[in-house]
Design a protein. Structure first.
Length: 311
């Protein structure tokens, strides 16, 4: 299993910002390309008041801060230069939907979708949408929100691809702001399947790809959960990717690049169950040779060695 895509996180609300400019980002896209990454996914275009592009909608409605650089424009231009597909991540208010107001979150994002398509839709690298509101269970009006946003993305853009990357409510589903790294009990495989079968049934015509995050469960559970994820997605006609996280959830320092052996285990498990491809959160912080973390570059080297063995 090869990593074909990566998220781009430049809001960085829970991992350090690297303060890169265009030169550093251009270099990073080149590093990605060297190991076969062909898709970049903006994790979110804004979080609360912090934005990746100067959104008139969000500056007006949410009193968001005007960013000094239009990162969406930059990422699209670099995607075109390096022949990559770009997926635009929607806005995460950090308050409406998490407090139960799914309709407000959805309505706001529909204005963002229209604004973004008007500003950037003609760029050839713009290939799809990422619905950035991550969930693990059938909570609130998540089905209605996913379906409504997915349908609106498709209607505005001429049916471009839509992607979600939910997480599993496993034993490692611990807030990054807590010192613990795991808990005694996570969701059962049966309950996970019940919840997500209902979600998939409700969103099957609005969401094209699901890439479950693989870091919230124990390594002993990987095959079982990945297999049921694949089987559910197949049943409802949704494509199966895996989000093979390149940061380590087992360490008390949150977050550091993952041990290569752990990433290899996850990629092999995804391959065993027949996942279409892997993406990761997230190359630039946790796998790039120019990351602020020295060990990220070593992970890049180990991954390159792995790729050479597959040839």
């Amino acid at each position: 299993m090869k990593i074909k895509g990566t998220f781009l996180d430049e809001i960085s609300h829970d991992i350090p910002h690297q303060n890169w400019g265009r030169v550093e980002w251009d270099r990073d896209f080149s590093y990605m390309k060297q190991i076969g990454i062909n898709t970049v996914i903006l994790i979110r275009s804004g979080y609360r008041k912090w934005l990746t592009y100067p959104s008139d909608v969000l500056i007006s409605k949410e009193k968001a801060y005007t960013p000094p650089v239009d990162l969406v424009q930059m990422f699209l231009e670099l995607s075109e230069k390096h022949q990559m597909d770009f997926y635009f991540g929607l806005y995460d208010s950090g308050r409406y939907w998490v407090n139960g107001d799914f309709q407000q979150e959805s309505d706001l994002n529909k204005h963002v979708i229209e604004e973004v398509w008007s500003k950037y839709g003609k760029m050839s690298a713009f290939k799809g949408w990422y619905i950035s509101q991550e969930c693990s269970r059938k909570t609130g009006a998540i089905i209605d929100m996913y379906r409504g946003l997915g349908e609106h993305c498709k209607a505005v853009s001429g049916n471009l691809t839509t992607l979600i990357s939910p997480y599993i409510d496993g034993i490692k589903n611990i807030s990054q702001y807590q010192k613990e790294t795991s808990r005694d009990l996570g969701v059962s495989l049966k309950k996970h399947e019940q919840d997500w079968s209902e979600i998939f049934d409700g969103i099957k015509n609005a969401i094209d790809i699901v890439a479950f995050q693989d870091g919230h469960i124990s390594f002993d559970e990987l095959d079982d959960f990945l297999l049921v994820n694949k089987q559910m997605a197949d049943k409802y006609g949704i494509r199966s990717w895996t989000n093979s996280e390149t940061f380590d959830r087992d360490m008390p320092i949150k977050f550091l690049p993952i041990k290569w052996e752990k990433l290899l285990m996850k990629l092999k498990a995804a391959e065993r169950v027949g996942m279409e491809q892997a993406i990761t959160f997230e190359f630039s912080h946790f796998m790039s040779p120019q990351s602020a973390y020295l060990q990220a570059g070593h992970l890049y080297n180990r991954y390159k060695e792995y790729l050479n063995q597959l040839i």
